[in-house]
Design a protein around this ligand. Structure first.
Ligand code: COD
Length: 310
């Protein structure tokens, strides 16, 4: 099996392996359809669309997309399109799910539906894998898109999901996780530093399989050994983090957008913890990020994501 070491490798792997089938909830606008079109053309996925047939067909025509090998399941509104796309995955007619024009909370609620959703018993969370020229390995930023204000046990769930994704995609058995805060010492007035201290102790006691977690750490000393040395931080994670756990969604989202839009990093994001990968790109994401994210979902599906769990 091809070894994956970077975001570029994810794209290459997904282009080379047999196409996974992706259910897309209402790809009715050009922005959500464009990346799907490229992914289909490059053999990364085959696709089945749910939604308003004539709106989808009009969008496909506008983009010059061929109707060959594309199935459309008619749906009445975005909620219906979301639940029909989820059903296709649940029934095994598709191996991964993608949000089209539907709203983020609509697709997530369909995924979380107690009877017809894709729950596994695990928490669902978003993970963004990225490469940066200053970093020697890919790093995961989590959770920038799903859990709004995770409590301690949800933070542990988010860490487990990120570590599982790293294992499935990169074959990494153990990940170092930096529990981010605004500083490296515990301040009782800052909940993020308290949670970080608890998580570090849980990790030390072996309560988070596959993860060596430490914090609180600020972003600089999480990623750069020199910054950690300057501050005299003695940590198994500082300067060598594989996972960056942010304290809450706004923090993660601002970092996500700073990295993707300002720093121009190469990245791929997916929702973890469900029975299949869920691709949840935002309108502001550029084509490269959208395509990489589809490739990540396809690669993870190909490697049995959702079926295997440690
Ligand atoms: N993992 C597993 N189960 C969950 C999760 C989760 N992350 N979140 C909720 N549930 C379960 C609950 O246990 C409960 O059984 C049911 O789902 C409903 O829970 P609520 O009422 O707390 O959740 P909702 O339906 O109000 O909201 C869930 C969302 C995922 C829609 C919500 O958390 C949300 O809107 N998140 C932010 C999404 C967003 O706007 N992102 C913006 C950046 S792209």
């Amino acid at each position: 099996m091809m070894e994956i070491k970077s975001v570029d490798d994810i794209l290459k792997f997904a282009s080379d392996c047999p196409s996974a089938r992706m259910a897309v909830a209402a790809p009715e606008d050009d922005a959500s359809l464009e990346a799907v079109k490229t992914a289909v053309e490059r053999g990364i996925v085959t696709a089945v669309f749910t939604g308003c047939r004539h709106k989808i067909e009009a969008a496909m025509k506008r983009l010059g997309m061929t109707f060959e090998n594309i199935d459309i399941v008619d749906a009445d509104g975005y909620e219906d399109a979301s639940s029909k796309a989820v059903s296709l995955v649940k029934n095994g007619d598709a191996q991964l799910l993608m949000k089209g024009t539907v709203h983020t909370d609509q697709i997530l609620r369909a995924v979380l539906d107690k009877n017809n959703g894709l729950r596994t018993g695990a928490l669902l969370s978003h993970a963004l894998i990225f490469n940066h020229e200053k970093l020697s390995k890919p790093v995961v930023l989590t959770d920038a898109a799903m859990n709004i204000a995770p409590d301690l046990s949800q933070k542990v769930g988010i860490l487990k999901n990120a570590a599982h994704l790293m294992k499935v995609v990169f074959g990494k058995e153990t990940c170092k996780a930096a529990i981010l805060a605004a500083l490296e010492t515990v301040n009782p007035k800052m909940q993020a530093t308290l949670d970080a201290a608890y998580i570090s102790k849980m990790s030390q006691r072996g309560q988070i399989p596959g993860v060596i977690a430490d914090g609180p750490l600020a972003l600089d000393n999480a990623l750069f050994a020199e910054a950690a040395r300057t501050k005299g931080i003695d940590s198994p994670v500082a300067g060598d983090a594989d996972i960056l756990l942010v304290p809450f969604i706004e923090c993660g989202n601002v970092l996500y957008k700073s990295l993707t839009l300002l720093a121009g990093i190469n990245a791929a994001g997916v929702i973890c913890g469900a029975a299949a990968p869920v691709v949840l790109t935002s309108r502001a994401d550029d084509m490269r990020l959208k395509l990489n994210s589809i490739a990540l979902g396809a690669a993870a599906a190909d490697r049995g994501y959702g079926k295997i769990r440690s």
